[in-house]
Design a protein. Structure first.
Length: 490
């Protein structure tokens, strides 16, 4: 087969691709097809807005295009236009409307008024195929740049793959010389064509100057009476231009049509991310139980125990330890810090170097400075905890009065005893000690002791007298019950 092939090891690093086509002279526009109704998702949310790794599918594609410097983007939408348009309002994406939906060729035609006429390449992508990587797109653009034997450049580059079950995918049909002849939809294919194992992903790159001509010649004489973009290959050959194929790993090209597909693509994303994390020096004792967000950043020698979930916005520095069954989102964890087990870091949590967040501790909009410890069963919200401070078990910052949030300041080296309620706004000075069981409503000076316990009373022998009295009462009741007739006792 003419064209280029990507090794499996090159596919699956889309979220971490550092390369780019900075030196590419030709300009490329991306047309993203997202006009499908997505009825099989059975959702009020547009299909391309369903999340993978905590981010909408369409955002994965746009991030990928950023990495290959494709800055002209047109998204073709139909039903749910308002949702999609709002979601990409800050991403420099032009919107084109396809109404009614009459096939992929019709969709690209709808996008063309938004594509600059001088563009060199037009890359066609699908909004429900979020795992395609920068490496794959770069390889396709390289294939469009490459000279063929006759000195020309290919008019079309088609992305193919070989799934374990070709099923109902369209087939890529080549001649004896390995040149791509046509793409045949499964419903229109004969037995020989269905036996072909090289399948069409739908992703294509076109010569931008030729594409309007190709689109104008596409007809709808097929089983579905639709305008197939794939017919452009045959038309290009009739015009004396060639098409080539780039092959890629099937896992990078899985599309989402229903909730089962969504779960499958999520699993592929997690597998890809786990592998990349371990390649970068992260240790995971049970990687299959750890779940990442699209933007998770972990440093070298980070240890992640089983059943940890990273939500969006988490950064963990070198040598930190995230213990089992912890959940982190919107949090920064510094070098050598320990989090968990069973800890929850909510947005705005900043855990300093060598600090400790222990079991069943929740941190929200709070900073723990270097060496601070919150080891057990505590809630620290809207607070600043100084270096080396120690927060006892059961401590809570009472930061919300039902209307407004208030801050708690805990100074360097302060010691807060167990089961303390710190009623914000309140400040605990450096080196201060708070007695266990206290409710602190006023500021505490540095190096002071503050406690709010009631005086402890001590009554000698009271417990024994209490037990003797109750035992006599119990015996008297039993004796009285024994004298009643059986009918009364029952």
């Amino acid at each position: 087969m003419a064209g280029f092939t990507l090794d499996e090891g090159d596919v699956g690093k889309g979220g971490f691709w550092d390369g780019a086509s900075d030196m590419r002279k030709q300009e490329t526009a991306a047309v993203i097809l997202a006009a499908g109704k997505g009825t099989r998702m059975k959702s009020a949310l547009h299909k391309v807005l369903h999340p993978i790794g905590g981010q909408p599918m369409i955002a994965h594609l746009l991030d990928m295009l950023d990495q290959v410097n494709v800055h002209h983007r047109v998204m073709v939408v139909g039903a749910g236009r308002e949702q999609v348009e709002h979601s990409v309002s800050d991403r420099h994406v032009r919107i084109a409307l396809q109404e009614p939906q009459l096939g992929t060729g019709h969709a690209v035609t709808a996008a063309m008024p938004e594509v600059p006429r001088t563009i060199d390449n037009v890359l066609v992508l699908y909004g429900d195929t979020p795992l395609i990587t920068p490496e794959i797109v770069t390889s396709m653009l390289d294939a469009r740049d490459a000279l063929l034997a006759d000195g020309s450049r290919p008019a079309i580059v088609v992305l193919g793959f070989r799934p374990s079950d070709p099923g109902a995918y369209g087939r890529l049909v080549a001649d004896e010389q390995g040149r791509l002849q046509r793409i045949v939809e499964y419903k229109d294919a004969n037995a020989d064509e269905r036996a072909v194992t090289l399948c069409n992903s739908g992703v294509m790159v076109f010569d931008g100057a030729l594409l309007p001509t190709l689109l104008s010649k596409i007809g709808n004489d097929n089983a579905k009476s639709e305008y197939y973009l794939t017919d452009a290959v045959t038309i290009a050959r009739e015009l004396g231009r060639e098409a080539v194929v780039v092959e890629a790993n099937a896992d990078a090209l899985v599309g989402v049509n229903d909730r089962t597909d969504l779960a499958h693509v999520e699993a592929l994303f997690q597998q890809r991310t786990r592998a990349e994390m371990m390649e970068r020096g992260v240790t995971m004792t049970a990687p299959e139980t750890v779940f990442f967000s699209y933007d998770t950043v972990l440093g070298r020698d980070v240890l992640v125990e089983p059943h940890v979930v990273f939500g969006p916005g988490v950064r963990v520095a070198d040598g930190a330890h995230i213990r089992a069954f912890s959940h982190l989102e919107g949090a920064d964890v510094a070098e050598g810090a320990v989090v968990g087990p069973y800890a929850r870091l909510r947005p705005g949590a900043v855990i300093g170097k060598d600090a400790k967040v222990g079991n069943f501790v929740e941190i929200k909009q709070a900073t723990l400075e270097s060496g601070a410890k919150v080891s057990h069963l505590s809630y620290i919200g809207d607070a600043h905890v100084g270096a080396g401070a120690n927060i006892g078990a059961g401590t809570i910052t009472c930061n919300y009065d039902g209307f407004l949030k208030y801050r708690t300041e805990i100074g360097t080296g302060a010691f807060v005893g167990s089961n303390t309620a710190l009623v914000a706004p309140v400040s605990i000075g450096p080196g201060a000690i708070i007695g266990a069981g206290s409710t602190i409503t006023g500021n505490v000076k540095p190096d002071a002791l503050s406690l709010t316990r009631a005086p402890q009373e001590h009554k000698e022998g009271w417990a024994q007298r209490f037990r003797d009295s109750r035992q006599r009462q119990k015996s008297t009741r039993k004796a009285a019950q024994a004298k009643r007739p059986d009918r009364e006792r029952n």
